[in-house]
Design a protein around this ligand. Structure first.
Ligand SMILES: Cc1cc2nc3c(=O)[nH]c(=O)nc-3n(C[C@H](O)[C@H](O)[C@H](O)COP(=O)(O)OP(=O)(O)OC[C@H]3O[C@@H](n4cnc5c(N)ncnc54)[C@H](O)[C@@H]3O)c2cc1C
Length: 443
């Protein structure tokens, strides 16, 4: 094979990681990209998502940022409040994200991010989506990997590819198979945390001036309390107020491996936040009975490897994270951008050599693993700090909050200027371009 563009790329999953990976490869000129997805369509949950400058930079290069930005909220600050009283512990101003990092920090609707990526993919004739088609397993990881797929209403069939990229999420069957084959343990870590995701429409909030003020503002609000918090912001051109919570996982504790999304009970949700202020209660009360959705927040220990042969893991399949740094989807999308850069840089004479493909995938892992591990750790740290109960540690945390980020750091790492600088100025593609040759030669 003389041209990298002829490599056949099979992508498992069309979540943020799968969509981003497909688009990244198409934009690099790859001509054969197939995406296999169990679900019958994109089917994204109704929830908000933060769109930080580091992911906006990648999306803009692919030509899909403008469409997403059109209905996003440009965030100008974050207010961290005591959940029980609504009293502000810190206000961290972030008016100059665009000047500092080239892009604003935004919040948006998940469907608008997924839709922007999908619309970008649909313009690329190289990408073929196979919905209602599940990966059953990987038959061979090395040389030209083959995979077995099962359409919902059809018989299993096999596909041969040159590279398989598994963006099949936290419950990745590829990860389980890969680690099993290598004789390695897959260690799930019980976070002890679960989340409710809530979206309130303007019409539902219309009679409450305090709620409307939240919906109309450009501020992300975090209400914090012992072992629980709520983060909230406006999405969809200030038409929807999105709330995402984190609290002890009492509904899932007995079934950590069985399920991770369930219909929750409204009474249980109100009880979890019973110590929070009346404003929070009024918002939670707007959720219709029977429409409470609860997620188990899942992670696993850092994996010994993300790559075997010509197969690599992407996104939550290899670096699931608690959501407290709001970088999970961003990291998955960046993975795709870095993978496309690495695979396209395999020296022309080596494209038919499976070892060269494997080495390029290992370079991707070398570039991404230390960085994503740092962010996963920061998200866990933030969770522990935000959820402190009464005592000296909390007093010190609140003292640090009272400095409002003027020292360059706040205990909520998402809002912390030093952490924002590290993440938002990170250009994953530039790093791949700068370091690929050196890392490829060392493998
Ligand atoms: C409460 C909460 C709030 C969050 N907030 C944010 C935020 O503000 N910002 C942010 O960046 N991130 C956030 N995240 C994290 C983010 O949602 C995830 O990290 C991200 O969506 C992971 O994308 P992914 O493509 O790796 O996996 P997924 O989105 O899980 O996609 C995996 C896809 O693979 C498919 N699949 C699975 N198995 C198979 C198979 N065998 N065959 C074919 N297809 C298969 C699935 O159907 C799915 O479509 C949040 C997460 C939670 C839980």
């Amino acid at each position: 094979m003389a041209d990298f563009r002829d490599l056949r790329i099979a992508i498992i999953g069309s979540g943020m990681g799968g969509l981003g990976t497909a688009l990244a490869f198409a934009k690099k000129g790859f001509k054969h990209i197939d995406v296999y997805e169990t679900a019958s369509n994109l089917g994204f949950v109704g929830a908000g998502i933060q769109l930080p400058p580091n992911v906006a930079r990648v999306l803009d290069r692919w030509g899909c940022w403008e469409e997403i930005l059109a209905e996003a909220t440009n965030v100008k600050g974050t207010s961290i409040r005591q959940g029980s009283t609504d009293v502000q512990l810190a206000y961290v101003s972030m008016p100059d994200m665009e000047e500092k990092y080239g892009y604003p920090h935004c919040t948006g609707h998940r469907s608008s991010l997924a839709g922007g990526l999908y619309n970008g993919c649909k313009k690329e004739s190289a990408i073929t989506f196979h919905f209602s088609t599940a990966l059953v397993g990987i038959d061979s990881f090395t040389a030209k990997p083959t995979i077995t797929l099962k359409p919902r209403d059809g018989d299993e069939y096999k596909v041969e590819a040159d590279v398989v990229l598994a963006a099949d999420g936290i419950k990745s069957v590829t990860r389980t198979q890969m680690l099993g084959l290598l004789g390695l343990e897959e260690e799930e870590e019980d976070t002890g945390q679960a989340a409710y995701r809530i979206m309130l429409k303007r019409s539902e909030m219309a009679d409450d001036p305090e709620m409307l003020a939240l919906l109309d503002s450009d501020t992300v609000v975090r209400w914090i309390g012992e072992r629980r918090h709520i983060i909230a912001y406006a999405v969809s051109n200030h038409g929807i107020y999105n709330l995402s919570t984190a609290h002890p996982d009492s509904n899932f504790a007995g079934a950590t491996n069985a399920t991770y999304t369930t219909k929750g009970s409204k009474a249980a949700m109100l009880d979890v936040y019973s110590t929070f202020c009346p404003l929070v209660h009024r918002m939670l009360n707007l959720v219709p009975d029977g429409e409470v959705c609860e997620w188990k927040l899942r992670v696993h220990k850092a994996l010994p490897t993300w790559v075997h042969g010509s197969v690599a893991l992407v996104g939550d399949a290899c670096h699931p994270t608690l959501p407290h740094l709001s970088q999970g989807a961003a990291m998955a999308i960046e993975d795709g951008a870095v993978l496309a850069e690495c695979v396209s840089r395999i020296p022309a004479g080596k494209l038919s050599d499976p070892e060269a493909i494997s080495k390029a995938l290992e370079v991707y892992e070398l570039l991404r693993k230390p960085y994503t591990s740092k962010l996963v750790d920061l998200a866990s740290f933030s969770g522990r700090t935000l959820h402190l109960g009464e005592g000296k540690a909390k007093e010190e945390r609140d003292r640090q909050f009272s400095e409002n980020g003027k020292t360059g750091s706040v205990p909520d790492k998402w809002a912390s200027p030093d952490v924002q600088k590290m993440i938002y100025s990170h250009d994953c593609v530039k790093e791949a371009v700068d370091r690929f040759d050196e890392l490829f030669c060392k493998r």
